[in-house]
Design a protein around this ligand. Structure first.
Ligand SMILES: Cc1cc2nc3c(=O)[nH]c(=O)nc-3n(C[C@H](O)[C@H](O)[C@H](O)COP(=O)(O)OP(=O)(O)OC[C@H]3O[C@@H](n4cnc5c(N)ncnc54)[C@H](O)[C@@H]3O)c2cc1C
Length: 314
């Protein structure tokens, strides 16, 4: 049987890692449980090379570099860090809680859930005329920006992730075209003005991707107008990045007895949930006005650790 922890953090993304640091700062006996083999959450697995511009103190930092710095910061203190272990349930136990995992029960006095959106799965078209090109010039996840050097790139999507990818590849690509099915792009106004001013980028709203053409790899993209009418002229492209969102998978948390709103756990202003000693922060926390950003998650987990410390009487 594992030792009793003061606080167990479920999820080793940026918010869980910063929470581990905060727990160490208060000399709490901390444990972190991460279902994947590598720490870092969405930053490590979905955008290691993309620059992040909106974390305080860093004008620009890549996902992977931010994770490295978070690990350095967190690992100043001793902690029990378990990777490749999924938390699958939560049970009341003597002195606190027992976290259920396939490897056994992990006893803990307090718990902070920083599990993001659970299992993060890029939203796919679920249409073979597009999806069959994944790995052959079409990307739902970008690991290496160098693969876009001197290429004609199509970015599909109108949100912040799509805009960030368009900006990130523009410096290397031959040309970038960004399309969005709506009439306007929904990314930050600053990203939009930078993209509009960039001669290497063409923005086309009210367009959608309907089909990819190419013998072995992506060669052309067939687009439709806002009314879904296929356009006669195909777009010659070498690479397509599809950034149309993520599909959260949080079913594993449903049986924990926590109040949830959609895929996130309802929290009060101190990040406490409806269960005593159980807190949530980061993308997994739901409250009025919530925005899913790394910066807001950092503040939330600092609050959660402080509240857990008070709960533990420390
Ligand atoms: C393409 C893209 C670009 C983005 N760019 C930015 C940006 O520039 N700036 C910004 O602020 N935000 C950005 N975001 C959003 C940002 O990545 C998230 O807000 C952030 O990752 C949330 O951190 P988190 O630690 O709460 O969750 P996550 O990063 O999702 O980490 C949660 C961790 O919990 C683990 N986990 C889940 N379920 C379990 C379980 N049952 N047991 C154990 N472990 C579990 C997961 O494997 C994961 O490692 C971007 C997102 C995407 C997809």
């Amino acid at each position: 049987m594992a030792e009793m922890a003061d606080v167990t953090i479920v999820g080793g993304g940026p918010v869980g890692l910063f929470g581990l640091y905060c727990a160490g700062l208060h000399h709490l006996k901390a444990r972190l449980v991460e279902r994947l083999d590598r720490l870092g959450g969405q930053l490590e697995h979905l955008y290691p090379e993309k620059p992040i511009y909106d974390v305080g103190g860093f004008p620009a930092i890549t996902g992977r570099e931010l994770v490295e710095r978070l690990k350095q910061q967190a690992f100043q203190y001793p902690a029990d860090v378990l990777t490749g272990v999924e938390a699958t349930g939560l049970e009341l136990a003597e002195g606190g809680w027992s976290l259920v995992t396939p490897d056994g029960m992990l006893p803990t006095r307090a718990l902070i859930v920083t599990a993001g959106i659970g299992e993060f799965i890029p939203r796919r078209y679920q249409n073979p005329v597009i999806d069959d090109y994944e790995g052959r010039g079409l990307y739902y996840v970008v690991q290496e920006l160098e693969e876009f050097r001197d290429q004609r790139v199509l970015v599909v999507g109108g949100g912040d992730s799509a805009a960030d990818w368009a900006m990130a590849v523009a410096g290397r690509a031959r040309h970038v075209t960004m399309i969005h099915r709506r009439r306007g792009f929904q990314c930050h106004v600053d990203s939009l003005s930078k993209l509009e001013a960039d001669p290497r980028v063409t923005l086309i709203p009210h367009r959608s991707l309907v089909r990819v053409v190419g013998d072995d790899r992506v060669e052309r993209a067939i687009l439709a107008d806002g009314e879904g009418r296929e356009l006669p002229d195909a777009l010659d492209v070498d690479r397509i990045i599809v950034a149309i969102g993520l599909t959260p998978e949080t079913a594993v948390f449903r049986g924990w007895g926590l109040d949830m709103q959609g895929d996130a756990i309802t929290v009060k202003t101190d990040m406490s949930t409806n269960k005593p000693g159980v807190y949530a922060a980061g993308d997994m926390a739901a409250y009025p006005g919530k925005i899913k950003l790394i910066a807001s998650g950092f503040g939330e987990v600092a609050t959660a650790v402080e509240a857990a410390k008070d709960y533990l009487g420390r």
